[in-house]
Write a protein that binds this ligand. Structure first.
Ligand SMILES: Cc1ncc(COP(=O)(O)O)c(C=O)c1O
Length: 444
């Protein structure tokens, strides 16, 4: 095995420590989320299923731009549409007719969409959805399940530490800088627990503007669960919002709501809708969305032509390339190959969850070994040119050859893990600190 150098990455990371608080713009891109010191941190280019880091090494990328890349990095068709648009101007003084073209496409594509507003990011779109829900109902409280971004309306939930465990709804995040007066305005509910949701809605009857949730993340909900959530929400005259920023697009171009046949009142979209160009949207029924015309929901870059052109082209390409079938076939192929790697190395476990996002679940003699084993997996994969977290995010540029190379690297990595488990000395195999867990999302 040739060792990949990451010297340049960590020189830049060191410099970032002096210039950028927290070093990265997204917490999930911090080196501490991977094998710190071994995983690459900075890329210089990306194409298809791979990127080249600043130390000139090519990696197969199973992060897919934190799921924003759905067709593949630097997709030729999307990039041609973007280049054409850039030559015509990226931002006009007037409005762009592309706003209407994309709105028509979204209304045709997303089952619950009748009206549309835009943003640039996912968290921003969640904040717009919260504003519209509050404005439309005249109520202040929001009950939620999942991750919905960095804005105050949502991070205020972390003032509600669990009195028993003392844990915040999102382990690892404190609401520093979030106005304390917002405490109690946003309340988490556990995924799958209808009684808990019912109790919360009863307790706050007449005050809840919206139930906002990720309709799923890694597994399908119990049959009828989302329908019951909708019934409960509507019984309390509360708006049901699906946050499909991460789960949408890969299962079906019409989102989870099309895949499962259950429509919310409002939907938040971002990330994969534009293959890596900044774009977000809030779509919903006319009744819920129309009152937004009287609310202050306004920003200069929401008319940016680049994101609009990228989204229009991405959505058309997903349909033309029959994306849902690709993700099913490729996800299951990847899962089978990686499961064979686990078994071949003599470990027990499997890649669980939906085909869009297979997730490593090893059975260990002692669960407390998990942080070491997870870090060792990421470390050994990185040393073999594979950039992955514990869950693999697929894009349409991933090929059979990518899967073959990934499974080969996984076989070797699992063998290293097995030798560490057998010797009882995982520590001597770890070349880095333990990776930090991602924040908890309250949704499966
Ligand atoms: C479900 C969900 N909502 C909102 C967001 C926030 O999106 P952004 O990072 O674009 O602000 C994310 C990002 O991971 C997400 O997964």
């Amino acid at each position: 095995m040739t060792e990949n150098a990451v010297t340049r990455s960590y020189e830049i990371y060191e410099r970032a420590g002096e210039l950028i608080p927290g070093r990265t713009q997204l917490i999930s891109r911090r080196a501490s989320r991977f094998a710190n010191g071994i995983s690459p941190v900075y890329a210089q280019s990306a194409k298809g299923s791979r990127f080249i880091d600043v130390d000139e090494t090519e990696y197969i990328d199973w992060m897919s731009g934190v799921e924003a890349i759905i067709l593949g990095h630097a997709d030729d068709v999307v990039d041609r549409a973007v280049e054409k648009q850039i030559r015509r101007g990226s931002l006009y003084s007037l409005n762009s007719p592309l706003e209407i073209e994309l709105a028509e496409l979204l209304v045709d594509t997303i089952p619950s969409a009748e009206m549309v507003r835009y943003t640039k990011g996912g968290g921003e779109a969640c904040a717009v959805a919260a504003r519209i829900a509050r404005g439309t109902t005249g109520r202040d409280k929001i009950i939620f399940c999942g991750y919905h971004g960095w804005h105050d309306w949502y991070q205020a939930a972390n003032y509600e530490a669990d009195p028993v465990s003392g844990e915040f709804p999102f382990a690892g995040i404190e609401p520093i800088g979030v106005p304390k007066v917002l405490a109690g305005t946003v309340i988490p509910f556990p995924y799958g627990d209808l009684d808990a949701l019912r109790l919360l809605l009863d307790e706050h009857a007449g005050e809840v503007a919206a139930v906002m949730m990720e309709p799923l993340r890694s597994t399908l909900p119990e049959p009828g669960y989302l329908e019951s959530v909708k019934e409960l929400a509507h019984a309390h005259d509360t708006i049901l919002i699906f946050d499909e920023v991460s789960c949408g697009w890969r299962l079906s171009v019409g989102g989870v709501q099309e895949y499962l046949g259950i429509t919310p009142d409002m939907t938040v979209l971002a990330k994969a809708m534009s293959n890596g160009y900044p774009m977000g949207a809030v779509v919903g029924s006319r009744a819920v969305m129309e009152p937004a015309s009287r609310m202050f929901v306004s920003s200069s870059y929401w008319s940016d032509n680049v994101g609009l052109a990228a989204a229009i082209t991405t959505i058309r390409e997903l349909k033309r390339r029959n994306s849902a079938a690709f993700f099913l076939e490729t996800g299951e192929k990847l899962r089978r190959a990686l499961n064979d790697s686990i078994a071949g190395a003599g470990l027990s476990g499997e890649f669980t969850g939906l085909h869009t996002h297979p997730n490593l679940t090893l059975s260990l003699p002692d669960e407390t070994l998990l942080p070491k084993v997870n870090t060792l997996f990421i470390q050994e994969m990185a040393r073999r040119g594979i950039h992955c977290p514990m869950g693999f995010s697929i894009n349409m540029a991933h090929s059979v050859e990518d899967i073959r190379q990934t499974a080969e690297a996984a076989s070797e990595s699992f063998s290293v893990i097995r030798s560490g488990l057998e010797s009882g000395d995982l520590d001597s195999l770890l070349l880095c600190d333990l990776k930090q867990d991602p924040f908890r999302r309250l949704v499966r």
